[in-house]
Design a protein around this ligand. Structure first.
Ligand code: AGP
Length: 470
């Protein structure tokens, strides 16, 4: 742009010419120091423009704008937005012509973008999990009761295609990857159907050259805008793979780019650490596994009440433990089978908002190296699935003799109580549902430790809610 401006072009024409020079996907906001306006343009990435009273704003995703204004414009590739404080204007990159587009009014409830009496969005969103789980299950139930209706017909088609598929891939990043991993455990354990969970960039490097139209992929993303995931989708589509989405933000790129995208029904998730979208992703995978196995999905209706009971039962104890281990900047979180993805997710939450190093790993791997890190008081969380208690107890003893503090999360069990230093009790349920419930104390633990350290869990340093860059 500087080059074009130096040659005498107007600012907006310099953008148009630079647009033609650029390769790859991007979103830019650019302005001149002496000017009263900003310009925004993008290719491939998400962009939303907000129009408030006396201001305008631009962001990579909708939820970040909603606390400010509900009037939005969504620029497309090949368009340049000019933002003044009181208005915006769209022009075509190609010929500079003005594009007329009325602002959209977002009418969904304001509740999602207000803290509703909670000190942080994260705590509010943790407490919203039973309710959004209920709403999701209600929607999913429609698909088994009336499989011919619109959205629900899409679920039936997805299930039919997954039954027929050569290979199944669950593709995502971060927390959504942990849900995908949980999904792969449920598919294998319940439906005897292997599925390959894979981080999106690794999918491109490892599997994309090997996939074809006989394979089915589910691309999982809260925002539906994660660039790594969209890149993987593009690579899969280029190979003719049958691609589906699982996303929370309706209208996001992922929802538009897939033939069918399952909705997560969580409303907006404002806090950077994903909580309610994780549990609804896991519930969706559990539901799909039940359908693949021909099991009665009505069993899952118990989940929301169990989640409510769990949050209520564990909250005071978790807060107390958070205070006791808060001085540690090194921790481990271990799981096995269905609780392995939960241990990974707990570790991610802890490092994301406490800035401590917390590693999640398979409990049986601990003796293969990490054991050497253990010293007196070293906190290690064991997420104990009901069927794996003896294995978990052997892991607990292995670290306790080296002085560690073993914190078990599991159902009431005399053996766990006798061996662990702390037992955080979650209600009795099926092994897969049990694993889902176990994430709730881990979310609360990371929340309290973050607050106790004086951090804002909603907006951890260096991170953003939506990662629209490679
Ligand atoms: C979760 O707490 C993180 N903020 C992060 O790992 C996130 O899950 C990841 O960036 C993927 O985001 P997505 O689900 O919107 O694709």
């Amino acid at each position: 742009m500087e080059r074009y401006i130096n040659r005498g072009y107007e600012f907006i024409d310099a953008i148009r010419l630079a647009y033609g020079d650029l390769e790859g996907d991007y979103a830019f906001v650019i302005g001149h120091a002496d000017d009263d306006k900003l310009y925004a343009f993008k290719k491939g990435s998400g962009m939303v423009v907000g129009l408030g009273e006396g201001f305008t704003c631009v962001s990579s995703d909708l939820p970040s704008i909603l606390p400010l204004t509900r009037n939005v414009v969504r620029p497309q590739d090949g368009e340049i937005v000019t933002l003044w404080a009181d208005r915006v204007e769209l022009r075509s990159v190609k010929d500079g012509r003005l594009i007329k587009r009325e602002p959209e009014l977002i009418t969904e409830s304001m509740d999602a973008v207000q803290k509703g009496g909670y000190p942080h969005f994260m705590l509010k969103e943790i407490h919203e999990q039973p309710q959004v789980g209920r709403e999701l299950l209600h929607l999913l139930a429609g698909s088994s009761e009336a499989p011919s209706r619109g959205e629900t017909r899409g679920i039936q088609t997805l299930i039919d295609n997954m039954q027929r598929a050569r290979h199944l891939y669950f593709i995502a990043c971060g927390t959504s990857y942990h849900a995908a991993l949980a999904g792969s455990v449920y598919f294998a354990q319940l439906a005897g159907r292997p599925a390959i969970p894979v981080l999106a960039p690794q999918f491109i490097a490892q599997y994309a050259p090997a996939v074809g139209h006989e394979d089915v992929g589910i691309f999982v993303s809260q925002s539906g805008e994660t660039k790594d995931v969209l890149n993987a989708l593009e690579a899969a589509e280029a190979r003719g793979m049958d691609c589906y989405g699982l996303a929370n933000v309706v209208g996001s790129t992922l929802t538009k780019a897939t033939s069918f995208c399952l909705p997560l029904c969580c409303g907006y998730e404002i806090s950077v650490p994903a909580t309610k979208t994780f549990t609804n992703q896991v519930i969706t995978f559990l539901y799909l596994a039940y359908r693949m196995a021909g099991l009665d999905t009505r069993v899952l209706d118990a989940i929301p009440d169990l989640m409510e009971k769990t949050i209520e039962a564990v909250a005071p104890q978790v807060e107390q433990i958070a205070g006791e281990i808060n001085e540690w900047n090194d921790m481990y979180c271990l799981g096995y089978g269905a609780t392995y993805p939960i241990a990974l997710e707990g570790a991610l939450k802890l490092k994301e908002i406490t800035y401590a190093h917390c590693e999640g790993t398979l409990s049986t791997e601990f003796k293969h190296g990490p054991l050497s890190a253990v010293s007196k008081g070293f906190p290690i969380v064991f997420v104990a699935g009901p069927q794996d208690t003896p294995l978990i107890i052997s892991g607990i003893n292995e670290v306790k003799v080296r002085g560690a503090r073993a914190i078990a999360i599991g159902e009431e069990d005399a053996r766990l109580r006798a061996n662990a230093d702390d037992l955080i009790v979650i209600p009795k349920s099926d092994p897969q549902v049990n694993s889902l419930l176990a994430v709730l104390p881990l979310q609360l633990l990371s929340y309290h430790m973050s607050v106790m350290r004086g951090y804002d869990p909603d907006f951890p340093r260096n991170l953003s809610k939506t990662l629209t860059v490679d």
